[in-house]
Design a protein around this ligand. Structure first.
Ligand SMILES: C[S@@+](CC[C@H](N)C(=O)[O-])C[C@H]1O[C@@H](n2cnc3c(N)ncnc32)[C@H](O)[C@@H]1O
Ligand SMILES: [Zn+2]
Length: 406
């Protein structure tokens, strides 16, 4: 089969696929090559695909049966093909794309990897495809929604096409709304208010998870978030969906709000979908800003992440080193309080030079508070110390006011 645009062969994980030759589609260096090509392909999302291979294998090991997989927005098919080849116990994969050229290229790549018996390529709309598979006994064990921008347009159909106890992965690349640059767009799409705080990447994940919980609850489905990540340009949530009104109720109970004081860095959570919010900052008396409703529950399940890390140690993934840095960070931070502090941001506001992150963490730990790094931001830490103590510690460790610096 030939294509009337420049292509090249790329290797990822254990597969090799044909993709558009990206440099042929950009005229200016600042142009975003993946979306200029006739079929979308982004080599930087390999980390996202690697982590998903690990999550899917970890899941398959817990259910201990052959599983079916759907990638409703598949472009060249690389992700679905990787699931079929790299994850043990995958019985069937359905990959789909609305772009006819993408579907043709995916078909070509499936044949190239000799997977025609296990991987079905469909050309059509993602919601139509998912609706077709929403009937009992047709539903999938795993659905990976990886669209342009927001996954909300596909969330409802994905939840309906997932079997009881199935695994759902969502990618959102619309970080501008989710991180509070376009708050109205976030409220419109995700039903929750974002905030441009230093921990906006955690809020992005919690807003995405909260939207899923609310959507699934309408179908009397409860959601357990097993893995979350926000790196590079995407927020990612991976969740197990279980049928039952009671399970849905208990997920909804973990919804709530995060209140943030832009004056003194104080932050607090308020559980419950319809709470009475006292917005006066208990630390300084200012009026606090509110993010939410959003997910306040766990963002990770320890056994699931440990299983992913053990698989990452065995599997020879290109991002192995990066993943083996990411997963232990996540394991460390998973029981720490919601929200984190970014040392640079606090120093900016207080006009201080920036002390080393390690010394801030050490000082807080020595003072009897638990402090830990976060994968969301390499310059940040979570702690149970009050904002006042965080501020005082940073002031003490900072050698001088910025204005004294040359
Ligand atoms: C970000 S790309 C997918 C990348 C792919 N999952 C990967 O890992 O390389 C999004 C894809 O969704 C497809 N798409 C957009 N709207 C769609 C729809 N309504 N139904 C099915 N596919 C759609 C686009 O053609 C594009 O190929
Ligand atoms: Zn305050």
């Amino acid at each position: 089969m030939s294509f009337d645009f420049p292509t090249e062969v790329v290797k990822e994980g254990k597969v090799s696929v044909v993709v558009p030759k990206l440099e042929a589609f950009v005229k200016e260096p600042w142009e975003y090559a993946p979306s200029k090509a006739p079929v979308f392909y982004n080599p930087l999302m390999e980390l996202n695909r690697d982590v998903t291979v690990l999550a899917l294998q970890a899941y398959q090991k817990t259910v201990k049966r052959k599983i079916s997989v759907c990638e409703p927005l598949a472009s060249c098919g690389i992700r679905g093909i990787r699931f079929a080849v790299e994850v043990e116990g995958v019985r069937k994969v359905v990959v789909n794309d609305i772009n006819p050229v993408a579907a043709k290229l995916a078909e070509f790549n499936v044949d190239r990897n000799k997977l025609a018996k296990r991987v079905l390529v469909v050309h059509g709309d993602a919601n139509l495809l998912l609706a077709h598979y929403a009937a009992p006994r047709r539903r999938f064990d795993f659905i990976d929604v990886d669209p342009f921008g927001s996954p909300v347009l596909y969330m409802d159909s994905a939840v309906r096409a997932l079997r009881n106890g199935g695994l759902l992965a969502l990618t959102a690349t619309d970080l501008a709304p989710l991180c509070g640059v376009h708050p109205r767009a976030c409220v419109r799409k995700y039903g929750g208010r974002p905030l441009r705080t230093e921990y906006c990447h955690e809020l992005a994940v919690r807003l995405l998870a909260g939207c899923l919980v609310t959507m699934a609850a309408k179908h009397e489905i409860g959601v357990q978030i097993v893995f979350s990540q926000c790196t590079y340009n995407f927020a990612r949530v991976i969740a197990i969906a279980r049928y039952g009104a009671k399970r849905a109720d208990s997920s909804v109970r973990k919804m709530g709000y995060i209140l943030h004081c832009f004056n003194c860095f104080h932050r607090e959570t308020s559980e419950g979908a319809i709470p009475t919010l006292d917005r006066e900052c208990p630390a300084c008396g200012s009026t606090m800003s509110v993010a939410g409703p959003l997910w306040l529950g766990q963002l990770w399940i320890r056994e699931f992440c440990v299983s992913m890390r053990m698989l990452a140690e065995e599997m020879k993934l290109k991002n192995q080193k990066r993943i083996l840095k990411l997963l232990p960070l996540i394991e460390d931070e998973m029981d720490a309080p919601a929200t984190y502090y970014v040392v640079d941001k606090i120093c900016d506001k207080l006009n201080l030079s920036v002390p080393p992150l390690a010394s801030v963490i050490e000082a807080l730990n020595e003072a009897g508070f638990k402090s830990i790094r976060t994968h969301f931001n390499s310059k940040a830490f979570r702690t149970n110390a009050p904002a006042r103590v965080v501020k005082e510690t940073i002031i003490r460790l900072s050698s001088h006011r910025r204005s004294n610096l040359r």
